[in-house]
Design a protein around this ligand. Structure first.
Ligand SMILES: [Zn+2]
Ligand SMILES: [Zn+2]
Length: 362
């Protein structure tokens, strides 16, 4: 049975000191999931059953241009403080680009906690890749689609998420310089062919890793929160190499209760961390210090012998300190621009805390 861990920590987000509510708890969730209601390979109830059965406390159903009605799923699988199904959508936006090998770039965004479908922008242009993709001509920029789509998501009371910027090598720094503050940014997407790590092609064309993209945007004064997600499509045949299986990457959200409004509010203010397998027992952030306790107990009474290294990162992706061990700390000087922590264990599992924006950084 899931027990709520009580928290005593405080965090600063967007340069403000915020006290975690006395009864706040961490909730594990995935903000990017598909089912048969779009291009996933099982029915929504199987999706929800998978997440509920694998230690998650919430999942957001984000079909392409479709809102899965979560009320029946919540009635069946939801339980107070134990499991929550949230409504959402993926807006499958593309922009034509004759210079791109696909003839278009993908600018998908997720809408978390909205009630009605928001159709992406269209102007009569056909997608070169798929009839499922909503495409506009090159007269409209990716930045304009983000402004319009993320604006509508916010108006609908949801939180927007920039999905997989390196999918089909689509999105560049200049496309994201006008993203609204407090937008979520997919720092890690668990699907294959997403190119999280960036790279250089045979002709020398370079693309930044999603982590470096994030650091570049933060260094330019953007305030974006890094999420790790599954983008799960494949719940059957989990052995298939390209099956987009669940359980790859997630967020741990600190909220005062397990409800759509509370989870959404914590996502908007950045009170969460992203993970592909490293769990934190505690995360305390003040204007003076970032202090982390990494969970080493993998099962009751069983302590992992994995080793951890934490990099504290500042402006321009500069490594401010590299600290070994399970209780890394960093004392903030004040001139770092922002301070975030990227943790990796000796098996390659990772976690990322949200940046602390320092008052003098903008
Ligand atoms: Zn997508
Ligand atoms: Zn997706």
């Amino acid at each position: 049975m899931y027990r709520r861990p009580l928290l005593e920590s405080v965090c600063i987000c967007a340069a403000l000191l915020l006290s975690a509510p006395a009864n706040a708890a961490w909730y594990k969730g995935n903000t990017h999931t598909h089912s048969l209601n779009s291009d996933g390979n099982v029915a929504p109830d199987e999706v929800v059953r998978w997440y509920r059965g694998h230690g998650y406390q919430f999942v957001v159903m984000t079909e392409h241009e479709y809102i899965t009605d979560v009320a029946p799923l919540q009635a069946l699988f939801g339980a107070q403080e134990q499991f929550l199904v949230m409504q959402g959508q993926e807006l499958t936006q593309a922009v034509r680009d004759p210079k791109h090998p696909d003839g278009e770039r993908q600018a998908h965004v997720n809408a978390i906690n909205i009630g009605k479908v928001i159709l992406p922008m269209v102007d009569g242009t056909k997608s070169a890749r798929s009839t499922r993709v909503y495409t506009v001509s090159e007269k409209i920029s990716i930045a304009e689609t983000y402004a319009r789509n993320l604006g509508l998501i916010r108006e609908a009371g949801g939180v927007g998420q920039v999905n997989h910027p390196n999918f089909r090598w689509s999105v560049r720094v200049e496309d994201m310089l006008n993203l609204p503050d407090n937008t979520l940014f997919e720092l890690w997407n668990g699907q294959l062919e997403i190119n999280n790590l960036g790279g250089t092609d045979d002709s020398g064309q370079k693309a930044l890793s999603t982590e470096a993209l994030w650091d570049t945007l933060l260094s330019r004064g953007k305030r974006l929160w890094g999420v790790a997600v599954d983008d799960s499509h494949g719940f059957k045949h989990l052995e298939e190499p390209n099956g987009a299986p669940p359980g790859q990457a997630w967020v741990m959200v600190r909220a005062d209760r397990l409800a759509p409004e509370a989870i959404t509010a914590s996502l908007v203010k950045g009170d969460f961390y992203a993970s592909t397998g490293v769990t934190l027992d505690d995360l305390t952030v003040s204007e003076k210090e970032v202090s982390i306790k990494i969970k080493t107990e993998i099962r009751p009474g069983v302590v992992s012998i994995a080793r951890f290294v934490t990099r504290f990162i500042g402006r321009d992706g500069k490594v401010l300190a590299e600290v070994s061990g399970s209780q890394p700390r960093y004392t903030i000087r004040g001139d770092e621009g922002y301070v975030g922590a990227a943790i990796m264990d000796s098996n390659g599992l990772r976690a990322w805390t949200q940046p602390v924006y320092l008052p003098r950084s903008r």
